[in-house]
Design a protein around this ligand. Sequence first.
Ligand code: ADP
Ligand code: MG
Length: 226
Amino acid sequence: MRVLDAIIRIRDLSFTWPGSRRPCLSQLALDVNRGERLFVHGESGAGKSTLLNLIGGVMLPERGYIDVLGRPLGKLSSSNRDRFRVDHTGFIFQQFNLIPYLSVLDNVLLPCRFSTERARRTGGSASAEARRLLAALDLDPRLAHRPAASLSVGQQQRVSAARALIGRPELILADEPTSALDPRRQAVFIELLMGEVTANGGTLVFVSHDQRLAPLFDRCIELLAQ
Ligand SMILES: Nc1ncnc2c1ncn2[C@@H]1O[C@H](COP(=O)(O)OP(=O)(O)O)[C@@H](O)[C@H]1O
Ligand SMILES: [Mg+2]
């Protein structure tokens, strides 16, 4: 693996949740290459969500370091980390974290409101790009002005993916977004997500407890509970 191609570089990463006697992550090392589609599996409680939050700069490691796009996250101020995250990372949360009363379209457009970088990379019309992504992810265009809360789980998942992808962030972090779906619909969604990530030249880190999804990805690693 050529280090120069790494979009994420993790060394000696340890993290213990306050109040816990055991470390959640211990001395983890990981490189993720640009353009790679990585699957991280591990049983519930193994630390998958914790790892994604650390890569996303939501929290800081207790020990070790994480570089994303050559930037050491631990050396950025909290506000610079927030800015870096919205400029370069699309996060698909397990529970989607859509704003329930906002429309589908306004939810997808949120990253462009917070990041001029993301807005600029929509090629002129953020709204047209939001609609294109929703259509590419197979969401009925008639839902665009409906409040997000009125959609089914499968539909909300597509909205959440479009919000992560808009403005072509280099890194997409997905935290078990398909866990509520049956295997066939999981695979269809992952194929659509990967199609967009690949077309944008992005990198995907997808975590799940469900090892059956592993063959859909370029590489698979297992996170073991400590
Ligand atoms: N906010 C938190 N406060 C304290 N402990 C937490 C918190 N979030 C997760 N943990 C603990 O960290 C461990 C890993 O959790 P998590 O990263 O959510 O695992 P996974 O996503 O693999 O199920 C678990 O033991 C969990 O109880
Ligand atoms: Mg989790």
